[in-house]
Design a protein around this ligand. Structure first.
Ligand SMILES: Nc1ncnc2c1ncn2[C@@H]1O[C@H](COP(=O)(O)OP(=O)(O)OP(=O)(O)O)[C@@H](O)[C@H]1O
Length: 570
């Protein structure tokens, strides 16, 4: 999976690995040089010429190592920047094509994490991991090969303490899967206690249960700490001891003692024994990055999975030969729909919105009003039947041009990070200031904007925090300016202050003039003038007609109307 994501930079990473291997080998040259130097200095008389040449070669080796390594890291860092740009571009392109309903399921926090942190998590992998791992493998292998060439016994001596270290680690790791599973369980209990405590804090406090909720969190936290400490304390002692076995002083001491013995036995020269000691000390340090590498691979793997998921999100299907709607009549024809993996929430809904009329969807909470309305701008695609605009199935209209026909003002208004002017002009970036201001006047938000310190240049979310009602009026101004012939509106419910609500209703009425409007009605009082009311219940149309007709029919709507007067319509 990770490999697949790295494809655009694999060639560069491979080149960097070759350079890193060459750097690692060049880094061993000084050790070979030291053997030669020792031989030259211990010779009688001292071989000055050879010693000088060897010093030059040692310096050259060090310079080559630095040169190869920095070239390798430069290449991988450039590759990393390139890959980040490629991945972010691909993510944005794909997110621009996924159905809008996808964004309701996925929080912007999650998206931001993937686009920023997860892409960053690949940095270690691309910029450092391959280069450092190559060096970590080539350095000890090269060192051992060199020692074997000098004398195989030196190679054995150099790695003498490593089997003990591995044995200590294996002993420490025994049964760790079981322990890690228990640790995970304990961690999950702690996380859920934290989430419960934080997300429910308002309710918990209101009902005076803060102490109890806090106690549950404290208990989960102390269980986790106790368990972790019980597992980690003996391990850290063993780890410290095992670490000693591969530490430079211990390795140096063991190899020096062995070296003295080898020289005494006449197997190696003093210079060769010295190289054995030095290289034995280098090996544990050189292989250290291999341990971190596992961690890097694991976290990059998890990040890659999340990135992959975003990139693989299927786009909204686009027609091979797009068709243009003929007029603005909207037909729902036997529409069925089920959310992913769920049961049908709409069971064959049919009705028509005539051009220039207002159609209101009413029904109890959960009856499918929002689902039905948002199928028109293709937040999701129907699972059965069809929705047509001007006689053309919405799936046969080019997605980009669909939004020139259908606009929407929903309750969950998204303001982009930019000036108020940019936010209003989102659908028509070429709009003049006068047009923008006219739209804002009609949407009852102009006066509020001009009262802001920066006016139309104030940046939403930075210079100014707009209330839900204000943000909705901005989105109404946006829809007015975009001037789409068909509109999906979600009637305001959530705003406590009556003035703001009246302003929104007034703005919505202006917006509706002359368009084909489908409005999700949460209260019946606001839609008594609608040209047509479609009553939904459990995903089915139970009645349609005008307010007067439906009251006269004395059916579902009439019952809702009368219960509303007692305040029980949801
Ligand atoms: N994103 C979703 N994923 C799965 N099921 C969903 C989703 N959104 C809504 N539903 C389900 O679809 C059904 C219809 O919901 P919908 O929001 O369309 O009803 P509604 O009439 O608009 O309700 P309300 O007036 O409370 O907004 C409900 O059973 C709801 O649980």
């Amino acid at each position: 999976m990770v490999h697949d994501l790295l494809r655009p930079v694999l060639g560069r990473i491979r080149l960097a690995c070759v350079l890193s291997a060459l750097g690692a080998l060049a880094g061993l040259a000084p050790f070979a040089g030291l053997v030669e130097l020792a031989d030259a200095l211990l010779a009688t008389p001292i071989d000055r010429g050879r010693a000088a040449t060897v010093v030059v070669l040692i310096v050259l080796g060090l310079l080559l190592r630095a040169g190869f390594m920095s070239a390798a890291l430069t290449i991988t860092h450039i590759a990393d920047v390139h890959l980040q740009a490629v991945l972010r571009r691909r993510m944005i392109t794909n997110l621009g094509r996924v159905p809008l309903g996808w964004f309701s399921r996925n929080s912007s926090g999650r998206l931001r994490k993937t686009a920023m942190s997860d892409v960053d998590a690949l940095h270690q992998l691309v910029a450092h991991h391959a280069v450092e791992t190559t060096a970590a493998i080539v350095t000890p292998l090269g060192a051992l090969a060199y020692l074997v060439i000098l004398d195989w016994r030196l190679a054995v001596l150099a790695v003498a303490t490593i089997p003990l270290y591995v044995a200590a680690y294996a002993w420490m790791e025994r049964g760790s899967n079981d322990v890690l599973r228990k640790l995970d369980d304990s961690n999950a209990r702690l996380s859920s206690a934290v989430v419960e405590f934080i997300s429910g804090i308002a309710v918990v406090k209101t009902f005076g249960r803060a102490g109890k909720a806090h106690a549950a969190y404290r208990q989960a936290a102390s269980e986790y700490t106790d368990f972790f400490a019980a597992w980690v304390q003996p391990m850290s002692r063993i780890e410290a001891l095992a670490g000693l076995l591969v530490s430079a002083p211990v390795v140096g001491l063991v190899t020096a003692a062995g070296g003295v013995w080898f020289v005494g036995a006449g197997w190696v020269s003093p210079g060769e024994a010295l190289a054995g000691v030095l290289l034995a000390c280098v090996i544990p340090v050189a292989i250290e990055p291999l341990g971190f590498g596992a961690l890097t691979r694991r976290s990059a793997g998890a990040a890659a999975a999340r990135i992959r998921e975003l990139l693989d999100e299927p786009p909204l299907t686009a027609p091979a030969v797009p068709r243009s709607p003929d007029g603005h009549r909207v037909d729902y024809d036997d529409v069925r729909f089920a959310y992913e993996g769920g049961q049908d929430v709409l069971h064959g809904v049919s009705f028509t919105c005539e051009p220039g009329t207002v159609t209101a969807l009413v029904g109890p909470s959960g009856s499918g009003k929002s689902t039905l309305a948002t199928l028109l701008p293709r937040f999701h695609d129907v699972t059965g039947g069809s929705i047509r605009i001007g006689g053309v199935d919405v799936r046969h209209v080019d997605p980009a041009s669909l939004y020139r026909h259908v606009g929407f003002v929903l309750q969950d208004v998204q303001l982009v990070r930019g000036s108020i002017r940019d936010n209003v002009a989102l659908g028509r970036p070429d709009a003049t200031d006068t047009e923008i201001q006219d739209a804002c006047r009609a949407a009852q938000i102009h006066t509020r904007i001009t009262a802001l310190p920066g006016g139309y240049d104030a940046v939403a979310g930075q210079d100014v925090q707009l209330s839900g009602g204000e943000a909705q009026r901005i989105s109404i101004a946006r829809a007015l300016l975009a001037d789409t012939p068909i509109l999906v509106l979600d009637e305001a419910t959530a705003f406590a202050d009556a003035e703001s609500e009246a302003a929104i209703q007034d703005a919505l009425s202006r917006l509706a003039i002359g368009r084909t409007v489908l409005v999700i009605a949460h209260r019946l009082t606001t839609i008594t003038d609608a040209d047509r009311i479609v009553v939904l219940d459990h995903g089915r149309v139970t009645e349609t007609g005008t307010h007067t007709e439906l009251l006269a029919a004395q059916g579902h709507y009439a019952r809702m109307w009368s219960s509303m007067t007692t305040g029980s319509y949801a």
